[in-house]
Design a protein around this ligand. Structure first.
Ligand code: GLU
Length: 279
């Protein structure tokens, strides 16, 4: 089967060497084997994404070397796809509306005295999962804003145990419960990273998801969503992260290693590819 990979940056800042590593990793994983490399712009968060960052990232990436087919998939243009997937999950009975504010969640966790922690911090305590159906309906009817969460335990009861394959880490038993009842659609945006990425990887027929090991935990949830939605499961390769001289992972605030800054300082694309680990 021919390999299809993707690089899926969010236009929330300028690309840096860590992104270059990730893009080149995906590009080589596909094209060295005669496969296809796609680019996807993950711009569902209007408060953080900016069109000028998108224009810059397309230019920086083309300068760096990878090539991709047009048109690029831009998530903000495909909200109806995510809504359709959410409807299917609703029909399966594995979602619930969550009316909690961030503050209420914090207070609930503080009052409980302890809270299980996941990779992104304390887990949602499940307050709205326990709401009576009539109360839920009344709040929705009253126009109270809500997010949509996955009832992870109920979902796992439907699917049974799941596994996925990582090219670096091997066969992995999926444990999506480490993320608690994740948000599938936010109050302000009718989708989420987890839902959009799962839908897009399926619609774009990605066969190998390459991304940083910082997103390894997310794959447990994506694997569950794939089964619920009837999607195939791609292979995964979570790669290591580049670090700065202090051993910290590179972030968009590390301006000195942005591809823009390196270009402005006179580096060639070949030199930057080499700095990103692909000589
Ligand atoms: N948009 C995500 C990011 O910029 C990457 C998503 C993915 O590769 O699954 O971190």
């Amino acid at each position: 089967m021919s390999i299809v990979t993707r690089f899926a940056p969010s236009p929330t800042g300028h690309l840096h060497l860590g992104h270059a590593h990730s893009a080149l990793f995906g590009w080589h994983a596909a094209t060295d084997q005669g496969g296809r490399f796609l680019l996807r712009v993950e711009d569902i968060d209007p408060s953080r994404c900016r069109p000028e960052y998108e224009a810059d990232l397309l230019e920086d990436l083309a300068w760096l070397g990878p090539r991709w087919p047009e048109p690029v998939r831009r998530q903000s243009e495909h909200i109806t796809d995510y809504r359709a997937a959410l409807d299917r999950l609703d029909q399966l009975g594995v979602t619930y509306p969550c009316f909690c504010t961030r503050r209420e969640i914090e207070q609930e966790i503080a009052a409980a005295g302890h809270a299980p922690h996941g990779p992104d911090g304390p887990l949602y305590p499940g307050t709205c999962r326990a709401l009576a159906p009539a109360e839920r309906a009344a709040r929705v009817a009253a126009g109270t804003p809500f997010a949509t969460r996955l009832d992870t335990h109920r979902a796992l009861e439907l699917t049974g145990p799941l596994t996925w394959r990582d090219r670096a880490a091997g066969e992995i038993a999926a444990t999506p419960e480490i993320l608690g009842d994740a948000v599938l659609a936010r109050k302000d945006v009718p989708t989420s990273y987890h839902l959009s990425v799962t839908v897009d990887d399926a619609l774009q027929e990605i066969t190998l998801v390459t991304r940083g090991v910082d997103l390894f935990h997310a794959t447990h949830l994506h694997r569950l969503l794939q089964t619920l939605l009837g999607y195939p499961t791609p292979d995964y390769h979570h790669h290591g992260l580049l670090t700065n001289e202090r051993g910290e992972r590179l972030a968009k605030r590390d301006k000195a290693v942005s591809l823009r800054a390196l270009r402005a300082a006179g580096k060639t694309a070949a030199e930057v590819r080499s700095m990103a680990g692909f000589p």
